[in-house]
Structure formats: structure tokens, C-alpha cells
Design a protein around this ligand. Structure first.
Ligand code: HGY
Ligand code: MN
Ligand code: MN
Length: 416
């Protein structure tokens, strides 16, 4: 089928205006966003997205995990749709573009197709996946994981946030649980536009990342049990200090990742000590380790090394230790056909491009298990993300959505 003409371009101003409009919902305290999943702000963002989709002539589907599916009809209503999208939920100190660019970039593809009167054989569906971030309810990519059959829905709905609120109850509270069973939708293909969240594209001066693979991930939640005691009157040799254990294990995580370079990362992002009082030796510490690598052997080797060393540290300090995997996916290889559609689109449009491995996890990593999937990436300033100062340029957003549109339209087959 003829590829779309290279003159087909999205409306970058309209995309940018929509990004800025959505960014007003759940504002952060430093110019970014705090629109965490299943909060009232998430509900507000969903309402705005639905309003825009319906104004663009789409019909909105909603499944029992709150995943949203805005459908633009194709010439053949029985043809499997080409899906495009990402997530609207953000980190507590998130940026304006992580996830949102992929959802509103997908909407912009539909808006442009409407403007140009483009008809495709396959319908197009723009998605918003619930709880991609996994910051309020672990793990990340929770609802796309249920859709892909990786997680049981009951288990997912029972996930609790730091205040003990259940995912399922919060979904009902904000009124965004649909009727549609999760995962019954079949896809012709899925494309996700996302900011790189790393420094490579900007440093290399490239407009587009053609994502061939995604690195794998382990999230390990560690609970150390020691003994609360007075920080002043307790002799050093009598202390059973969970905070000290956490510090030593945190350092071990960094050292183990460094020893597995290249292509390995590790850090502790979430950490709590109890009772968290200035003059009480922490009797308990709960923290989450994040290991990632595109190399499966390295990924599992980091986990094995950490579990061994953490047990030794705990024993040395007389601490109880529990290590619970709370998130995992193996390294991902995206569909070569869809990846080529992205690369050819960038080439045809005259955008510089680079094959790249995604450092972050994305809904596409799970959807890749049930449909041919690929990702388009655009650079972000200083590679910064999961930070309110996250920034991209309008040109980068426009280039990414242009490539997304060409890949989607080509895969959905223009009807002459
Ligand atoms: O953790 C991740 O990689 C994604 O941003 N949720
Ligand atoms: Mn994201
Ligand atoms: Mn993110």
C-alpha cells in the first residue's frame, strides 16, 4: 500500500496547546505535574481527554481497569484497529510530557486525519492506560499488564497505596470503571510516542528515537526489622539499626550496578524508616530497589548478587530481612515490522533518527506481548524526566507526532 505522502504533517501548534491545557490539570509546585493515578486530578484529565476525543468524532470505550479507548472508524469496521497511545497519569513530581505526549500525540493524529479527510481501512484507537507510573500503586504499567494477561485483575485491584487505599476502590471512587472486560480487544498493531527520558537523542542531535528494544526491570521491596531504641542512651554495640542496614544495602545496589556496566542501572527510589523520629534508632526500614538492563543475564545477576549481599548485611547487623519482588519484566524486543514503519516514516519525513533501547518501562512493553508493537521517541532537555523541570521543544513534539502519524496511517492502510 502506498505510504502516506511526505507532506502529511500534524498541526504542531494544536498539539502543543493541548499539552499545555492538559498540564493545567494536577499542577505540580515547580511547573510540572502531580496528576497521580486515580486521584480527582486524574479523573479531571480523563474527562478533558474524553471531551477532546468526542469532539474529534471518536467513540470512547472504557474497560473495567479504567483503560480508555477512543475509536475513529475505518473503512472496514471488522478490520482490527491500529492502536496508539500512552498514559495520562504522572509522578508526584512529574513533568508535563511523560506519557501525555503519547496520548495527545495520538489524538493529534486523529485530528489531522480529520482535517485532511484521510480514511484508512483499519480503524484507529487512541488509548490512555491506567496507572502506568506505578508510583501510587505498584507495579508500573499495571493496567496494560492486566490487558496483556501478565497480571490477574483481582491482584491488581487489591494493590494498595501508602494510605492503604485499594486500586479498585479508588477506580470506583473517581467513577472511571467501565463495563468492558479487560484484554478482549484485538489489535492490528500498537504504536506509542514517548519522550526519551534519557540524554542520548539530544546529545546525538537526533530528532527521533526508533525504539528497537526496551530494557528489563526488577523492583525489589526490602523490609528490614531491627529494634526501636533511644539514639542517646543505647550503647553502639547493642543497636539493631534498620536504617543502617538500608544505607548499606542502598550502597550495595549502586556498586552492583556499576560492576555490571555497560547497560546496567540500579538505585533505591522509595525509602521509609520507622518510626522516623529524630531520637529513635529505626526498628524498621522499607525500601524499593530498581534494577534495569537490556541484558537478561545481567538483570538477573544483579538481583541474585543483591539478594546474597543483603542477607549478609542483615545477618551482620542482626536484622530480619524480607525481599519481595513487586515489579518485573524481561527485556523487550519490539516488532521489526512496526519498528521499520517508524524508521521509514522518519526517513521519509526527513527527520534525523537513531535506533535506541528504551531505558524506561512503558505500556508498549506489555502490549508487545499481545500485538505487533513499536515506539517513537523524541528527545527531552538534558535527558531529564520524573522531575518537574522535564522539558521538550514544540519542534521535537511535532516531529514525534509526524512520525507517529505516518507509521500509524501506513499500518492502517489509506483507502484511496
Ligand atoms: O518506571 C518506569 O520506567 C516508567 O516511567 N513507569
Ligand atoms: Mn511514561
Ligand atoms: Mn514515567
Amino acid at each position: 500500500m502506498a505510504a502516506p505522502g511526505e507532506n502529511l504533517r500534524i498541526d504542531g501548534d494544536r498539539l502543543w496547546d493541548s499539552l499545555m491545557e492538559m498540564a493545567k490539570i494536577g499542577p505540580g509546585i515547580a511547573g510540572g505535574n502531580n496528576r497521580q493515578t486515580l486521584t480527582d486530578e486524574d479523573g479531571e484529565g480523563r474527562r478533558l481527554f474524553q471531551e477532546w476525543c468526542e469532539a474529534a468524532g471518536c467513540t470512547m470505550g472504557l474497560d473495567t481497569m479504567g483503560n480508555m479507548f477512543a475509536r475513529r472508524e475505518g473503512a472496514d469496521p471488522d478490520a482490527l484497529p491500529v492502536y496508539v497511545g500512552s498514559h495520562l497519569d504522572t509522578q508526584p513530581t512529574g513533568g508535563k510530557y511523560d506519557g501525555v505526549l503519547g496520548v495527545l500525540g495520538g489524538l493529534e493524529v486523529v485530528r489531522t486525519m480529520n482535517d485532511l479527510g484521510i480514511k484508512t481501512k483499519h480503524p484507529i484507537v487512541v488509548t490512555n492506560w491506567t496507572n502506568e507510573e506505578g508510583t501510587r500503586f505498584a507495579p508500573a504499567m499495571l493496567a496494560s499488564g492486566v490487558f496483556a494477561g501478565v497480571h490477574e485483575q483481582d491482584w491488581a485491584e487489591a494493590r494498595e497505596d501508602a494510605d492503604g487505599k485499594r486500586f479498585g476502590d479508588e477506580l470506583d471512587r473517581i467513577g472511571w470503571r467501565g463495563e468492558e472486560p479487560v484484554g478482549e480487544r484485538k489489535m492490528h498493531a500498537f504504536f506509542e510516542l514517548h519522550i526519551e527520558q534519557g540524554p542520548i537523542l539530544e546529545a546525538e542531535g537526533k530528532d527521533i528515537g526508533v525504539v528497537t528494544h526496551g530494557q528489563g526491570l526488577w523492583w525489589l521491596q526490602v523490609t528490614l526489622t531491627g529494634k526501636d531504641a533511644h539514639t542517646g542512651s543505647t550503647p553502639m554495640e547493642m543497636r539493631v539499626n534498620a536504617g543502617l542496614g538500608m544505607a548499606r544495602i542502598t550502597e550495595a545496589v549502586h556498586r552492583i550496578a556499576m560492576e555490571h556496566l555497560p547497560n546496567a542501572v540500579g538505585a533505591v527510589g522509595q525509602a521509609n524508616v520507622y518510626p522516623n523520629s529524630r531520637n529513635v534508632i529505626p526498628g524498621k526500614a522499607v525500601f524499593t530497589i530498581d534494577f534495569r538492563s537490556p541484558d537478561l543475564e545481567k538483570l538477573n545477576s544483579m538481583r541474585a548478587r543483591l539478594e546474597k549481599e543483603a542477607a549478609e548485611i542483615a545477618e551482620d547487623l542482626g536484622l530480619g530481612i524480607e525481599i519481595e519482588p513487586v515489579g518485573h519484566f524481561d527485556p523487550v524486543t519490539f516488532d521489526p515490522g512496526c519498528v521499520s514503519a517508524v524508521r521509514d516514516a522518519a526517513e521519509r519525513l526527513g527527520y534525523s533518527h537513531l535506533d535506541i533501547v528504551s531505558g524506561a518501562g512503558h505500556d508498549a512493553c506489555w502490549i508487545n506481548q499481545v500485538a505487533p508493537t513499536a515506539m517513537v521517541m523524541c528527545p527531552c532537555v538534558d535527558g531529564l524526566s520524573h522531575n518537574e523541570a522535564e522539558e521538550i521543544s514544540k519542534d521535537w513534539a511535532t516531529a514525534g507526532a509526524d512520525v507517529l502519524m505516518h507509521a500509524v496511517i501506513e499500518t492502517a492502510e489509506i483507502v484511496e
